[in-house]
Design a protein around this ligand. Sequence first.
Ligand code: HEC
Length: 167
Amino acid sequence: MRSGDKLIVGLVGLVLVAAIGNGIYTANHPLEDKGIPFYSTLSEIEQVKGADLYRDLSCRNCHTIWAVKNIMETIPAPSLDGIGSLRSETWLYDYFSAKDPQSILPTRLKKKYAQPSYASLPEEKRRLLAKYFASLKVKDWYLQETKAAEYKKLTGKIYSQDQAQAQ
Ligand code: HEC
């Protein structure tokens, strides 16, 4: 074999070992990989329309979505992943249509960092935004885990089923 061939055989071998190793690893791994907890209920075509608008309106100057952080920004705006599990389409439409969004959701930030008003956008675009963000869901297990972690951080206690029911 020429050395180039050896290299290829070696590489294929490595890939095979990795594949087999990976198979064993996941089979014996005690924690099930639950995958990415965020998803959209819209078709891909509709998602693209929403994502385009999100980009064109520079929402990402402040917000994070699909867990991709905009490293240039330090504004503590909430991540919009899974927002549709927390807010309804109507709520979102009203929020984007409000002349003063802070009358709906108060802010602790200076005006220039707070949620801007999109009341002057054409209605069609506000509806599309509301539809898109309402479609962004978070899987229930992740929501429960996040709640439990937050509860522990705030109270130092373990989040139990009782607290879950009390909400
Ligand atoms: C200047 C920074 C900035 C821009 C630009 C911005 N936002 Fe926000 N947004 C915020 C902040 C900060 C909040 C939290 C409330 C507040 O402080 O006003 C927020 C809140 C929100 C919320 C409510 C989140 C919740 O907890 O319910 C939604 C939804 C939202 N923004 C969507 C958008 C969309 C869509 C765009 C683009 C059309 C956008 N934002 C543009 C800063 C921004």
